[in-house]
Design a protein around this ligand. Structure first.
Ligand SMILES: Nc1ncnc2c1ncn2[C@@H]1O[C@H](COP(=O)(O)OP(=O)(O)OP(=O)(O)O)[C@@H](O)[C@H]1O
Ligand SMILES: [Mg+2]
Length: 254
């Protein structure tokens, strides 16, 4: 469904993605792992042209979206994608309910009389009661904001969901509920998921495939079992979360 070929992304002199090759299989969960600042968010932003690739191809259903030059055509492609921003990105001037219904208004022809039912359903899916709909985002905890953002993504029934760290900031039980939700959406609706995560427990639970991004390339791609058994010292260090190994993280950026 999505195939990334020789993707490069530079920000000025900074070569963030050097040569990324990756296939996102239809109806499967692909987790993207990698150190802070290695370019994971940039990679999924390129998949829906929130960032433009410097070079390379991104094929969605066989069509190279980097070549699309009309905003209307690009909007039609984006219509099938849901994107859960790392920061949540709720609209502060709208209630939770209005936030959840936002995409319905702009992306679908669902009649407004159906919004309350959809708001209730999608909030319930992420473990929130319907009274939350009346609140403002400023009244929510970080974890609740994350779940409301996810409910907003789910409202428009996307075929592909790009999750940028969906469990960061959630307690272990809520993280597991979100992981189960990703699996549920796959089983019941055949949703394709791309999940950026630092949560190894979640990655091993939900992934059909894992891609490890390191120094601008996919260093290892495989099943969770292949990740558990790998001899690659970089991947082994990352998965075990050790500060000792070939990956030398810098606290200060050069
Ligand atoms: N719009 C931008 N302009 C300039 N540099 C950027 C921009 N977006 C990202 N970068 C840089 O690109 C690099 C990768 O950033 P990105 O957010 O993709 O990393 P990440 O892997 O998602 O990190 P994290 O795990 O901390 O979320 C960083 O060095 C960042 O400073
Ligand atoms: Mg990120």
């Amino acid at each position: 469904m999505i195939e990334i070929r020789n993707l490069q992304k530079n920000f000025g002199e900074k070569h963030v993605l050097k040569n990324v090759n990756l296939k996102i299989e239809d109806g499967k969960v692909t987790c993207i792992l990698g150190g802070s600042g290695c370019g994971k968010s940039t990679l999924i932003k390129c998949m829906i042209r929130l960032e433009d690739a410097t070079s390379g191809q991104i094929l969605v259903d066989g069509k190279d979206i980097t070549k699309i030059d009309s905003e209307i055509k690009m909007a039609a492609v984006r219509r099938h994608f849901g994107y859960l921003f790392q920061e949540g990105a709720l609209f502060d001037s709208m209630t939770v309910g209005e936030n959840v219904a936002f995409g319905l208004k702009y992306l679908t022809d669902v009649p407004p009389s159906d919004y309350p039912k959809i708001i209730r359903e999608k909030l319930a899916l992420v473990g929130l009661k319907e009274d939350v709909a009346k609140l403002n985002p400023s009244e929510l905890s970080g974890g609740m904001k994350k779940r409301v953002s996810l409910a907003r993504v789910l409202a428009v029934n996307p075929k592909v969901i790009l999750y940028d760290e969906p469990t960061t900031g959630l307690d272990p039980i809520m993280s597991d509920i979100i992981s189960d939700l990703v699996l549920d959406l796959k089983a019941k609706l055949g949703v394709t998921s791309v999940v950026i995560t630092h949560d190894m427990h979640s990655a091993f639970k939900i992934a059909d495939y894992i891609a490890f991004l390191y120094e601008g390339q996919i260093l290892l791609y495989g099943t969770p079992d292949e990740f558990r058994k790998t001899d690659n010292p970089y991947v082994k260090q990352f998965v075990s979360g050790s500060s000792h190994g070939p990956i030398q993280m810098k606290l200060m950026r050069e």
